[in-house]
Ligand binder design. Structure first.
Ligand code: GRF
Length: 212
């Protein structure tokens, strides 16, 4: 059975979705860069070992990433999962876990990398927004996309209501991507493409506003 390490920085609702998904893997540890991350209590309640590698204890990104890598490597995981981990990782770190590092991002990449994705989508007046799971590369919030979920943007949405609609889908697609990886159905090829041994494709379009 494969094993994974999950990195968090905050509330941990995606972590919770992963812990409740009965994934076909061993969750070796949850590591946070913040001691006050709400997700730590969620991990502990599920009997998962937690560890804090505080970015504030390190003078620069390189030394933080080195400490983080050595904490991860103690568990020899097959996959490192960024579940709301809010630190920019150095190219060396990303390279070390090439094909073994997966992130969730609250937008339909490659649109809206970075922060405040929901407010920016509302500002632009897009009618469809969503979330993406992708392999991490040196390109912040980009990288080969594994699965995306699209949601409609409603006329009276605020960043909070839109975020909640997207978050519900995050909690569905994130466990799916990790299940594929742990089942051996998903990998990153040497030339940086997603390989997924799954042929079902949807035949429906999401149109917003809907047609008359
Ligand atoms: C999620 O929206 C995730 O997409 C983003 O940060 C948020 C983390 O939420 N990267 P949570 O800690 O999983 O509740």
């Amino acid at each position: 059975m494969k094993s994974i390490v999950i990195l968090i920085s905050g509330r941990g609702s995606n972590l919770q979705a992963l812990l409740e998904a009965s994934l076909p893997c061993r969750i070796a540890a949850v590591i946070s860069n913040r001691a006050d991350a709400g997700g730590l209590a969620i991990a502990e309640a599920h009997g998962i070992a937690t560890q804090i590698v505080a970015h504030r204890d390190h003078p620069d990104r390189d030394s933080f990433d080195a400490a983080l890598a050595s904490a991860i490597d103690e568990h020899q995981p097959d996959l490192v999962v960024l579940a709301g981990f809010m630190r920019i990782l150095t190219p060396g770190f990303v390279e070390r876990y090439q094909g073994q590092l997966i992130n969730i991002h609250p937008s339909l990449l490659p649109a809206y990398g970075g922060l405040h994705t929901h407010a920016r989508a509302l500002q632009d007046g897009v009618k469809i927004h969503g979330c993406s799971i992708h392999f991490v590369t040196g390109d912040l919030d980009h990288g080969p996309i594994i699965i995306q979920a699209a949601v409609p943007v409603l006329m009276d949405d605020t960043p909070a209501t839109l975020a909640a609609r997207v978050l519900r889908e995050e909690h569905r697609i994130f466990p799916q991507a990790i299940r594929w990886f742990c089942d051996g159905a998903l990998s990153l090829t040497a030339d940086g493409r997603v390989q997924l041994s799954r042929i079902e494709q949807p035949g429906t379009a999401l149109i917003n506003p809907s047609l008359d």
